[in-house]
Write a protein that binds this ligand. Sequence first.
Ligand code: MRU
Length: 366
Amino acid sequence: MKIDGTHYRSLWWDADARVLKIIDQRWLPHDFRVADVRTMQDFADAIYQMRVRGAPLIGATAAYGMARAMDEDPGDANMDAAWTFLEKTRPTAINLRWALDRCRAALRPLAPAERAAAALRLAHEIADEDVEINRRIGAHGLEIIREIASRKPAGEPVRLLTHCNAGWIATVDWGTATSPMYQAHDAGIPLHVWVDETRPRNQGALTAWELGSHGVAHSYITDNAGGHLMQHGMVDMVITGTDRTTRRGDVCNKIGTYLKALAAHDNGVPFYVALPSPTIDWTVSDGVAEIPIEERDGAEISHIQGRLEGGGIGTVCVTPEGTGTGNPAFDVTPSRLVTGLITERGVCAATEDGLAGLFPDLARAA
Ligand code: MRU
């Protein structure tokens, strides 16, 4: 997407310097900083420290990490070591393991001398595919928004609510949940997006930055406001992303998503999830019981980063000294609360039949 007139992807390969370029998301929305990812440690840090974040983006980053590993030493032992080293960086988003598995399966049969070039080609392929998947999700989601708009008086905005950042910077481009928003906006459909703050890391500020850069009307709200807005008929549709969706349609996403789904269900508000197929974990049925939930550092709760009065970026502590914290980063929304899954192949029910109907090839292979 464009920032100040320049089109960016959230990562790109610098062939001359042989480094991966990323937008370092730790500084957004205050500073737009591009960083180099060079060593295997850089790759692991970039994912764990959330310089890159969002399920599809960490998958694509891991694929470039595997390419780096093959460049250093294309042997089987190093391939397996790189898989393990990168896979443990974040446990919940399945795209990470999906990308690493795909790389390893494609590279293993090749002669070691061929692996470095093949791994880089594969990383480019995974990145390009992600862009196309998200563009298609946007086209299918646009039709849902168009239908809601058609039931409203002319000129009245469709009011969406989203949680976390499932935007273009959480993917390689377009975003998942935001792709329908961008495409609806570009098609001239008036929109207004309620953007959940998404404590503790305030990924909502990233979404607000993205939407603002694209000219989409939005308001930043506290995580606790959504239920109230829904009760008062101020939300037409919720769209979120997902970090892992089970084959039965349970949706794991940023902590707090479940509460939005409960409120939407209670108020008859459609709750859609934008789901790229690499985010489906076909090996898992019951999301609550089976998906590992990342527990992150308590400092993310006790401290908030932002722009300081003086202009720099800094953190402030919001808790009394010594207060204990709990920081589960994701939760699971059971499929019964999900109105539909917006995938690159169309929209389906959040059920085993719905997903297998759209993806018979993937369901069979699992
Ligand atoms: O912890 P994060 O910021 O990586 O979590 C991101 C989310 O929960 C997104 O909604 C999800 O990864 C989908 S991104 C298209």
